[in-house]
Design a protein around this ligand. Structure first.
Ligand code: SR1
Ligand code: MG
Length: 416
């Protein structure tokens, strides 16, 4: 029954949903319908009636960014709906409210987020968000912890893995676009030529990097640690001064936790390096970049603190059986093991953050942090700084022991 619902057909469809029609209010013919999707994959409509508004997201049977030559399963809308439902349960108030889902039409109706704005757009304008650290660290700690073996009995965890196993076409996009193509000649790659031609060639020739990215790819493919968002960049986060909402989990599956945490840190790091290329006074630049680096530190530190608190207080999973850690000695040993676990997760996070950075500079899908720097030479300088840090983070991930090691290295590259 799938068909693409453009304005008229969408109006008729929504008019047939009594609860949605009542929420919008007024006559269906009076509803204002605008297509606002600026992502790479889907159609997104905002519909406004006399009483209220809604957001409607419909998956296209192909990649919007490229066109019909690249087909993509509609089932991703179902996985997005499943993930949003789970995230709403685990991190209430941090995802948009779900109002309706039609699996056959690959269509989901959600609350309209107003006056929320895509975070990436505001970062380009050097805007600081005071609530971001607390909200994103809560979102990640709760969604990752409560879908992991630390919180779930083994059977339930395995059912979770199975429920998302069919989302492999979206995983394959990540496997190709993030973990493979930037390191080889690929038709869809692009970069700021001619300035980054040499750097692009050096990535294709760098065997240490090829080993490091392949280890990360294997980790992405074969580590069902938790239900991850799968595309947690600053374009998947909407913000106001007082609220944060995580959107668009269509890449969700059971994968490595560090992929989500690394995505957030990578996108903040790119915002930091892009800052030098945008028009802003030295004082504004210093204030914004200082805030970004502090935010990066706090995101990791708060995430780790909250995750560990959950582990200490809410561990009901089958991993680390309590009976094996009885007595004072057991309690101390388990706490040491928790710290070791977080260190391994940090190393994964550093590596994945690097992979997420390099793909945005040499792969198919770029981001406006860099793209809106009009002067290609300035853009290339910012991008080259980000790549220099990313290479070190990928090849020597374990040498970055703390998040301050990452921000310290970023600071050193500010004027490189
Ligand atoms: C073909 S899809 C390109 C990218 O868009 C999405 O936002 C994901 O990041 C994906 O890798
Ligand atoms: Mg998206």
């Amino acid at each position: 029954d799938y068909r693409i619902l453009h304005e008229g057909a969408l109006r008729d469809y929504l008019a047939g949903l009594p609860e949605i029609a009542a929420l919008l209010g007024g006559e269906p013919l009076s509803w204002a319908i605008t297509e606002v999707g600026d992502g790479n994959l889907n159609l997104v409509f905002i519909v406004r009636g006399g009483r209220g508004g809604i957001a409607v997201k419909q998956a296209l049977p192909y990649v919007r960014l490229v066109g019909e030559s690249w087909p993509l399963p509609l089932s991703r809308a179902h996985y997005e709906y499943l993930a949003l439902s789970k995230q709403a349960q685990l991190a209430p108030g941090l995802v948009p409210a779900l109002l309706h889902h039609n699996e056959a039409l690959a269509l989901t109706v959600m609350e309209v987020l107003e006056p929320h704005i895509i975070m990436r757009k505001r970062l380009v304008a050097a805007t600081q968000y005071p609530r971001f650290v607390d909200d994103i660290s809560t979102f990640m700690a709760r969604t990752l912890f409560f879908t992991s073996d630390l919180a779930l009995p083994a059977a339930e965890k395995k059912q979770g893995i199975a429920a998302f196993a069919g989302n492999h076409a979206l995983c394959k996009i990540t496997e190709d676009l993030i973990f493979t193509d930037p390191y080889r000649i690929a038709e869809q790659n692009r970069w700021t030529a001619p300035y980054l031609d040499g750097l692009a060639a050096s990535l294709r020739d760098d065997m240490d990097l090829h080993v490091a990215i392949s280890r990360l790819k294997l980790k992405f493919m074969a580590s069902p640690e938790a239900l991850i968002h799968g595309d947690l960049h600053t374009g998947s986060i909407m913000v106001t001064e007082s609220e944060t909402r995580v959107i668009d989990p269509e890449f969700a599956f059971y994968g490595p936790m560090g992929f989500d945490v690394g995505a957030v840190l990578a996108n903040l790091l790119m915002s930091y390096f892009a800052s030098a290329g945008h028009e802003r006074s030295p004082a504004e630049r210093a204030a914004f970049e200082g805030w970004v680096l502090e935010t990066i530190e706090q995101v990791w530190n708060e995430f780790a603190r909250k995750f560990l608190d959950l582990w200490r207080s809410e561990a009901s999973g089958d991993a680390y059986p309590v009976s094996l850690f009885a007595g004072e000695r057991g309690v101390a040993r388990l706490e040491a093991e928790r710290q070791a676990y977080m260190q391994r997760l940090f190393t994964d996070t550093v590596g994945f953050a690097a992979a997420k950075t390099i793909r945005r500079i040499f792969g198919l899908a770029h981001n406006i942090d860099f793209e809106l720097i009009e002067d290609p030479k300035k853009r290339a300088i910012s991008e080259a700084r980000a790549v220099r840090l990313a290479r070190a983070m990928m090849v020597e991930a374990a040498a970055f022991r703390t998040i301050a090691d990452v921000t310290g290295a970023a600071r050193k590259l500010r004027d490189w």
